[in-house]
Write a protein that binds this ligand. Structure first.
Ligand code: THU
Length: 161
């Protein structure tokens, strides 16, 4: 039996250490939390993507009385961006979450289903994008969506390669 390890580089920084364009993207994601429709969880997630053309598209979680019909902020955001700008690759994504009157202290990680969708966005455009997970105490930077899903299912598997 062989054993393999997967090493994923993660950078941790403060808001002040972020480049200005990422600070702006985080501010957009934070603003988006206030547009969430989250009457069931009261967990308000906001996201914002920066596209290659400089446009920022935001989104938030949209819940439903039939719980599984709701959608996470990350998917609302990338689907909206890809629907409006189908030819423009995503350059970066920021995520923030607000609950009980405050932003989360720790970085908010995307759920598994969102990771799968983010991976598809990278594959679709053939361009990695950086992911900025906002927390009040620290911010986590992940170089590419693919790093969030190291053992992944993609079109390659469909094509048996
Ligand atoms: N949620 C997101 O929008 N993004 C995440 O990464 C995790 C969870 C939403 C789904 C649901 O509306 C609420 O947060 C509680 O799970």
């Amino acid at each position: 039996m062989k054993e393999k390890s997967i090493n994923i580089p993660i950078r941790i920084c403060s808001f002040a250490e972020l480049p200005e364009k990422y600070q702006q993207l985080v501010e957009s994601a934070k603003q988006q939390t206030q547009h969430a429709y989250a009457p069931y969880s009261n967990f308000r997630v906001g996201a914002a993507v920066l596209l290659n053309n400089g446009v920022v598209v935001g989104g938030s979680n949209q819940e439903n009385a039939a719980y599984p019909s709701g959608l996470c902020a990350e998917r609302v955001t990338v689907f909206a961006a890809n629907a409006q700008y189908p030819e423009i690759p995503v350059r970066a994504l920021a995520i923030a979450a607000f609950t009980n009157g405050a932003f989360l202290q720790k970085p908010i990680p995307p759920c598994g289903a969102c990771r799968q969708v983010l991976l598809e966005v990278e594959n679709r455009f053939g361009q990695d994008f950086e992911i900025i997970l906002y927390g009040e105490n620290e911010i986590m930077l992940i170089k590419r969506a693919s790093d969030l899903l190291p053992i992944q299912f993609s079109q390659n598997n469909l094509n048996n390669c």
